[in-house]
Ligand binder design. Structure first.
Ligand SMILES: NC(=O)C1=CN([C@@H]2O[C@H](COP(=O)(O)OP(=O)(O)OC[C@H]3O[C@@H](n4cnc5c(N)ncnc54)[C@H](OP(=O)(O)O)[C@@H]3O)[C@@H](O)[C@H]2O)C=CC1
Ligand SMILES: CC(=O)N[C@@H](CCC(=O)OP(=O)(O)O)C(=O)O
Length: 342
């Protein structure tokens, strides 16, 4: 059994990791941390885990994380970069759900995240954990930078077209919507019920920190810098991301077939039949990204629709998928979940 620790067990991605790992056939949960709720039984905070997780939260300073085979950091940005190196030096594998190791260019990361990087040496060694792109590198990694939620939906939607060289990569548009769980579990005014329900708004239009992450991935695939307009929106959903992606065609192809071929054999990417519209509820609680390819009125613009559950394929599920690869397990272990509908 793989001994697993989680730093930041009281957040939304932390409890989602617990939900998935509690029934994972190859995992033994060893430690779950919280600074504020150390000593509290996990199932008392999260009643959905009663009878599934019998651990109590531990103070991160006291938990024996070094005895684990893998530690997930489900913490705010800037925590793993301080705490992971000590574990990595002891041979523990680390999967960071935050952004500390996602961006290879340190000045770019420091500019967007507004802090000095505490372990820049590990950035170069970290592997960006988008398995559909990077599977072989993930298998050999010690440190995984788990992708952001918007970057997962956007990259999976655009990469097949960029890899095939059939679109203009200077004028890409990603119009994305997220449910409020994307903002985490901490109390904040914009995610109060009275603020976020019955409301719809864009945010971060001048620049969102996922822009450099998405640009990095797409530019690698294009082998040149891409031009991307990225506009996130907050919607009154709890879970879910819907990305509407626009790309101008530069080379004719059977675009539907191109997507079907690219994701053939990918358990967690489902290309819908031509003409369909994916819904966020069709992936809720599952690790699936559902994609549809449209060419409205046969014009020169492709519209790709890509939906994920931000907490699963956008965070905890993808992290478990990466763990499976790291330990040579079946990539789908613990992730064979039918989405909840309605
Ligand atoms: N929500 C989402 O959809 C997605 C989130 N992510 C990323 O995953 C990470 C976690 O997100 P989310 O679960 O939403 O966040 P939350 O705010 O819901 O939870 C954060 C967790 O981190 C713990 N924590 C905070 N500060 C520290 C610290 N200094 N040392 C140790 N633990 C700490 C908190 O517990 P306590 O204070 O008790 O210690 C809490 O358990 C973030 O980096 C986020 O950006 C990535 C993709 C999607
Ligand atoms: C709705 C909402 O607020 N979403 C978050 C992004 C989700 C996330 O956690 O992304 P990282 O892992 O990169 O931090 C935001 O826009 O900041």
């Amino acid at each position: 059994m793989i001994k697993v620790g989680i730093v930041g067990g009281t957040g939304y991605t932390g409890v989602e990791l617990l939900r998935l790992l509690a029934v994972h056939p190859n995992v033994e949960l060893k430690a779950i941390t919280s600074r504020g709720d150390a000593g509290l039984p996990v199932a008392e905070m999260f009643p959905n885990l009663r009878g599934r997780v019998d651990l109590a939260f531990e103070d991160p300073a006291k938990a024996n994380l070094a005895a684990c085979d893998v530690v997930f950091f489900a913490t705010p940005n800037g925590i793993a970069m301080q705490q992971a190196p000590e574990l990595l030096a002891k041979g523990v594998k680390v999967i960071d759900l935050a952004a500390d190791y996602r961006i290879k260019d340190i000045p770019t990361w420091e500019q967007w995240y507004g802090m000095t990087h505490a372990s820049p040496d590990w950035v170069g060694k970290a592997v960006y954990g988008l398995p559909e792109i990077n599977r072989d590198a993930v298998k050999k990694a010690q440190l995984i930078a788990n992708p952001g939620c918007y970057p997962t939906a956007v990259q999976l939607g655009l990469l097949p077209l960029i890899e095939a060289g059939v679109i203009d990569v200077n004028s890409l548009i990603a119009d994305t919507k997220s449910g409020v769980s994307g903002a985490g579990r901490k109390a904040e005014i914009p995610t109060l019920f009275a603020e976020a329900s019955d409301n719809f708004k864009a945010y971060g239009v001048p620049g969102h920190r996922h822009l450099p992450e998405i640009r990095q991935g797409l530019s690698l695939a294009a082998n040149k810098d891409v031009g991307l307009t990225f506009v996130p929106h907050l919607t009154p959903l709890i879970r879910g991301i819907h990305a509407t992606l626009y790309a101008r065609i530069t080379k004719e192809a059977d675009f539907q077939k191109l997507f079907e071929e690219r994701y053939k054999g990918e358990t967690f990417v489902d290309v819908l039949p031509a003409g369909k519209h994916p819904e966020t509820r069709s992936v809720r609680a599952s690790n699936v990204c559902r994609i549809a390819v449209h060419r409205p009125q046969g014009g020169d613009t492709l519209v790709i629709l890509s939906v994920i559950d931000n907490l699963v394929k956008g965070a905890a599920g993808q992290a478990v998928q990466n763990m499976n690869l790291l330990f040579g397990l079946d990539e789908t272990a613990g992730l064979n979940i039918v989405p909840v509908l309605p």
